[in-house]
Design a protein around this ligand. Sequence first.
Ligand code: PEP
Ligand code: MG
Length: 595
Amino acid sequence: MLEQIILKGAYISQGIAIGNLHFDKQLQEDMIPEFSIPQSEVEKEILRYRRAILSSRRDLQGVQHFLAKEGSTEAISIIDTHIRMLDDPLMTTVVEAKIRQRLKNTETVFRSVMTDYEKEFSKGKNNFFKQRLIDVKDLSKRILRHLYPRESLETKEIPKNSIIFARELTPSVAAQASRWQIQGFITEIGGKTSHAALIARSKRIPYIANISHNLLCSHKGSLTIIDGKIGLIIINPSDATLEKYEQKRQNIQAKEKKKVHALPCETKTVDGIKVEVLANIDNLLDLDLLSRHSAEGIGLCRSELLDTQLHTFSENDQFILYQKVMEKSKGMPIVFRTLDMGGDKGNTNQHQPEPNPALGYRGIRFLLRNRNIFAKQLRALLRVSSRGDLRVLLPMISDLEELHLAKKIIQDTASELRLEGYEIADDIPIGCMIEVPSAACMSHAIARECDFLSIGTNDLIQYTLAADRLREEVNGYNRLTHPSIFRMILHIIQEAKDQATPVSLCGEMATKPHLIPLLLGLGVRKLSCSPHSILEVKKCIAKLSIEKLKSFTEEVLDLETAREAEEFLKQSYEKSISKAKQRKKDPSFYAEDST
Ligand code: PEP
Ligand code: MG
């Protein structure tokens, strides 16, 4: 019988983990060769460097994709900072200039630039810089791995049910860890505010730091327990200890499950007004999150993201894919948007190069110009229409005529399929994205001629404020709180109401707690957002009183700049939160807190 050993470290992420100790192989950077290159090789080296940056970007996007499945919103934004760091001049122009200057191989130049940078950062006493230092190190390791592939902690190679011991935990390793494979983390160095810690917490992976290598080195592979709440590590637990912790772990899991299921599917404000919260779906795995997050349906299925090559799929391959979507949505209403190609969604082979793709052949314009692609998607889609509650949404409508044309094509396709003997649902609702200012202005007519509207604030903001949603440099102009956007939303809602046409709002705005009171005040009664934001959005709604929002909304509509509105909305939100916390009677738009 092995002796039970108890160690105490610093707790970083709560929870109970039970697994076998697995040691990280440290990256052997010293083995990187250093050599000179002739002038004639410089451009080749630079090309190799750019490829490594590109591959790192792809890796990180893959990591984000993985995190999106898990609903780790916080972790996604951390990886976002890594992606943005790849565009930093230090990573691009500085390294390239140094390769030209020093005439050394890329790995050598890159590592020396990064070492100088790390030295600068480590001088800083404050935690923020220290935390950022780990991010820089993590990113430079990733780039080096692409330049000079060697052994490192590859999550793919880790056995199931492992507890990882590493000198330091990097955000990328934490981000790629899945709970069935990695039960917990132990490190020598690590702080509560590190990005890796935030990721571990958001994924509920227990994590303890401040344990030296010497204490653990003779216990590789040993059965180990982590009690993240008190920073306890138990190696070779006795049967009684193991049983006690198994029980504790089960209790925690049961509690977590209960929490998620505690929220009713239907959401009402305090004064009893129903507000629907639906899910935006970008891939098949998102569909598995619907019931877990109490989605009331699918408010937007971005078909172009189901597969980037969807436009090249045959009718039958699309039919098989849409069948899966229908099966997984289990009879819930599903708003399926036809391909929104072009602009930020990327061009197809059919696209000619455009100087300004966002203003070119995007969405419905592309579909009406490439009828074969539109018809193929519609045929596949209509063939699954009788298997659930399907609604068809048209992207980037900027003129009523586009709606007329698209409706005619949909009706003709349905008749054609019926003649061929397919069972097609009667009266499939057809809706329009309102995401171009011309459509917002004409929403009375569009609402009259279609079955529902969906306000796409991501694009409505981009096109109204003339600020590219993809360009970091003009981000300051792309303001969610611009008063023009509030007025447009109000206008669309009122026009649609006159026509008795339902409206939902499906842009990023729908996920921002400080904007939800205003959206409800403007009359929005249906929001669609990413599945992992649903819970928070529902909680916000359940605390609001529509009656109390009236004067608040009027006050917001009097504001004239995005900055004023942002400050006002944030302050009102923070005030309401602190009041709710103090459990005082709340005079603002939030009703008395009942939690
Ligand atoms: C929008 O524009 O707000 C929207 C929801 O569509 P997408 O983000 O896919 O363009
Ligand atoms: Mg859009």
